[in-house]
Design a binder for this molecule. Sequence first.
Ligand SMILES: [Zn+2]
Length: 122
Amino acid sequence: MPKSFTAKSSVTRKVPRLSVRKGDRVEVIAGKEKGKKGKILFALPKENRVVVEGINMVKRHARPTQKIPQGGIQEREAPIHASNVQVVCPSCGQATRVGHRVTESGTKVRVCRKCQGDIDKA
Ligand SMILES: [Zn+2]
C-alpha cells in the first residue's frame, strides 16, 4: 500500500504544544512517582514527553564510549508523558493547570489557574 495523505493527517497537528517547558519546575501528578517535584531538563514536544530531573530514573547498560569511558550501568532520567506533570506555580507553590494572558506590552505569558499569578516573567 502506498503512503497516502488523507484529510485526517493534514488537520492533525504535527507537534503538540506542551503546557510545560524546559526549565519549568513541575510536579508529577500520576504514576509511581506521583507527588515528586523536579525541573524539566528537556522537552520532547513531538512525543508529548518531558525529561524531569530525578524522575523516572532507569538503569542503562552502557558500552564504554568517549563520553563515558568506564561504561557499565548508568542511571539516568527517562522521558515521562507531559500529561503526567503539572507546572508548579512560582507564586502559590501549587501544581496547577495553566492559562494564558497577554500583557500590556503584548507578550503572552502563562498564568496559574489557581492564584492567577504569572508563571512566566513578562
Ligand atoms: Zn499560583
